[in-house]
Ligand binder design. Structure first.
Ligand SMILES: Cc1cc2nc3c(=O)[nH]c(=O)nc-3n(C[C@H](O)[C@H](O)[C@H](O)COP(=O)(O)OP(=O)(O)OC[C@H]3O[C@@H](n4cnc5c(N)ncnc54)[C@H](O)[C@@H]3O)c2cc1C
Length: 476
């Protein structure tokens, strides 16, 4: 072990299990480490990247430069595990607000009717939330984060039935790797979509989990701008309306008095990375808000891009055999179309499901994987179906289409139009997309009635007002 790897931070905590290892110190790894800290004497998080104390984007989490929404459900969960987190984020410049009130959201020819949901989401940069949560995890007496270590393989018992730890490479100051081993009662793989879990399991003689994909051929292009006080603190969304519109955008006021502006395009309609093309793409969107915003704002960064070919769900819950002492969580289990902003919340839901099982297990980890994967699958089902259903509103989407998707999408299209006029429908939709309520809540009789009543109306001038309000801001 390299001399700078201090694993035993606090030996005083007495628990039934001694040591848990977490691979990856991104959002899933951090929330998981927090959960494990209640059940293991020591938790060690192993991270490949060098981590900065200040919020900066980093190599292995390139998505961190793009628009990241922390959904209302995710905010609740993070505050549960890290009390006071919202206040800490807001003190650093993040903006907390009711998403139905603080978002100018254009979809299908009109703006959603502004109302009050009664729950808040947070607008912030991804590096800010990760750095703040990481600081809280590092404050836990029995958690250690070790950086610049690359986990290379799993260590298993002679009969391969149990994972005993990991083999890792630690980059020394002179750049040379030092190989070592770490043993643990439980290894939790939070290494993201590129996790080697499938390969490592195969090397131990286990089947690969079945993979479900939905091809969307999506790309993001993002730029950060200076935010002036007169530009306000409301977010802007322009959603493409399927099946004929493929391009949309979001602009969030975030920490550091900045705007993060992300342009997005489905099925090859990708936003360009050069300034002229970027601005032109924004100008051609179905509403002018975001173009008006960027044409009058000072860019602070270059334009960065991200390609997202397909959503990916690995069906670990269907495996018949799996080693003891090992679990896979987060993007490594399910990577969602980022348009819906579900990743961090889904990761927190999975960590929360693990918490419930560990509390019930009373220290007995035998068969944990048999209980965890179905529980994780259950919490992933809702957001996955929501996103998959919406993606299949485009005939170009490729993958396993959920039964009844066309029927539901026809209803959702009408519901989207009803949100232009009707606060109850708008609130129900935002509660659902923020994972506060199940999709089935959109089919409650009082919603169906309003969708039928208002979904056929043309967008009212009042609903269009947000557009002219912002245009006049930018003309100032
Ligand atoms: C463009 C884009 C936009 C998104 N927008 C949103 C959004 O608005 N809202 C939202 O909630 N989610 C969003 N997401 C998803 C979100 O970023 C992820 O769900 C979230 O980061 C949790 O992922 P994770 O921790 O499982 O994996 P990752 O964030 O990918 O992190 C994996 C970590 O594991 C480390 N690692 C990997 N392999 C090893 C190894 N062998 N040894 C040591 N360390 C290793 C990596 O260095 C990294 O730190 C978006 C994703 C993308 C791609």
């Amino acid at each position: 072990m390299g001399s700078n790897l201090t694993i035993q931070k606090d030996k005083t905590v007495k628990m039934k299990n001694k040591h848990a290892l977490v691979i990856g110190a991104s959002m899933t790894g951090l929330v998981t480490a927090r959960v494990l800290s209640d059940y293991f004497e020591q938790v060690t998080v192993l991270e490949r990247d060098e981590l900065n104390a200040t919020p900066t984007s980093r190599k292995s989490v390139p998505q961190g430069q793009h628009l990241h929404a922390l959904l209302a459900k995710g905010r609740y969960l993070l505050n549960h595990y890290f009390p006071g987190l919202t206040d800490e984020l807001v003190a650093q410049g993040a903006l907390e607000g009711d998403p139905t009130e603080k978002t100018n959201w254009f979809v299908d020819g009109g703006y959603r009717y502004k109302t009050k949901l009664g729950h808040t989401a947070i607008l912030l940069t991804r590096p800010l939330v990760e750095t703040t949560v990481r600081r809280r995890v590092m404050d836990l007496p029995n958690v250690t984060i070790v950086t610049k270590v690359d986990v290379k393989e799993l260590l298993a018992s002679a009969d391969k039935a149990r994972v005993l730890g990991v083999k890792l490479e630690h980059r020394q100051a002179d750049g040379k790797p030092e190989v070592s081993e770490l043993h643990a009662d439980l290894v939790v793989d939070c290494a993201g979509r590129g996790s080697a879990a499938v390969k490592w399991l195969a090397a131990l003689g286990f089947d690969k989990p079945a993979e479900e994909t939905i091809k969307v051929d999506l790309a993001y292009a993002t730029r950060t701008y200076r935010r002036r006080p007169e530009q306000g603190d409301e977010a802007y969304f322009i959603s493409p309306t399927p099946p004929h519109e493929f391009c949309g955008a979001g602009a969030f006021p975030v920490d550091g008095d900045r705007w993060v502006v992300t342009l997005a395009g489905y099925f090859g309609n990708h936003p360009p990375a050069d300034e002229k093309g970027f601005n032109e793409f924004a100008r051609n969107l179905p509403a002018p808000d975001i173009y008006n915003l960027i044409k009058d704002s000072e860019p602070l960064t270059e334009i960065v891009t991200f390609k997202y070919p397909h959503s990916l769900r690995r069906r670990y819950e269907a495996l018949k055999r799996h080693p003891e002492g090992y679990l896979v969580l987060g993007d490594a289990l399910c990577s969602f179309n980022p348009i819906y902003g579900q990743g961090m919340t889904s990761a927190s839901l999975q960590a929360d499901a693990l918490n419930t099982l560990l509390a019930q297990a009373d220290g007995n980890l035998q068969g944990l994987w048999r209980r965890f994967y179905p529980a994780a699958s259950k919490v992933v089902d809702g957001p996955w179906q929501l996103a998959a259903g919406a993606d299949f509103a485009y005939p170009q989407a490729q993958g396993r289409k959920p039964a009844g998707a066309d029927l539901i999408n026809n209803y959702i299209a009408r519901l989207q139009r009803a949100t232009h006029h009707e606060p109850v429908v708008h609130s129900a939709f935002i509660a659902c997309t923020n994972l506060l309520a199940p999709t089935s809540s959109l089919f409650a009789p009082h919603i169906v009635w309003r969708v039928w009543r208002y979904g056929g109306q043309r967008s009212r001038p009042a609903a269009r007002r947000a557009l002219s309000t912002f245009a006049s801001h930018s003309a100032d």
